[in-house]
Design a protein around this ligand. Structure first.
Ligand SMILES: [Zn+2]
Length: 122
C-alpha cells in the first residue's frame, strides 16, 4: 500500500479521527457548560472567556483547556477494534470533560503508566 508499518497506519487513523472531533457537537456542549464568564487573561492582559477545569476547579482561558475523554479512546487494556475506538471517540457529552492542560497531562501520564503495567502483566 503505502509502505507504512501497521503501527504508523493505526496512529494515522487515530489522529485523523481525533481531528474529526473538532466538528463533534457534544464537545461544544461540554465546553459551553464549563464557561464561567469573561475575565482578564493573565498572559495577554485582555478580557477573555474562562473555563472551569473539572479536576482542579480553577479557571483558564480557552487556549489552556482541552476537552478530555473521561474513558480513554483506546482502552488501557489495549486496542479492541476500530468500531470500539470510534464509539469511544464520538461519545455523548457525559463521556467528556473540560480539563486544564496541566491536569490533562497528569491524567495522560497516569493512563500511559497503567498501559505499561497491563502490558507487563500479560
Ligand atoms: Zn485543572
Amino acid at each position: 500500500m503505502t509502505g507504512w508499518t501497521k503501527a504508523k497506519f493505526e496512529s494515522f487513523i487515530k489522529s485523523t479521527l481525533r481531528k474529526g472531533t473538532t466538528r463533534w457537537p457534544p464537545k461544544y456542549e461540554v465546553l459551553n457548560a464549563a464557561k464561567r464568564g469573561k475575565q482578564i487573561n493573565q498572559e495577554s492582559g485582555r478580557l477573555a472567556e474562562h473555563y472551569q477545569c473539572a479536576e482542579c476547579g480553577k479557571l483558564f482561558p480557552a487556549k489552556l483547556v482541552v476537552v478530555d475523554h473521561i474513558a480513554a479512546v483506546v482502552p488501557l487494556t489495549g486496542f479492541v477494534s476500530w468500531d470500539d475506538v470510534i464509539s469511544r471517540m464520538f461519545c455523548s457529552a457525559d463521556g467528556l470533560q473540560v480539563l486544564c492542560k496541566p491536569c490533562h497531562a497528569i491524567k495522560t501520564k497516569a493512563e500511559n503508566a497503567q498501559r505499561r503495567e497491563y502490558k507487563k502483566s500479560k
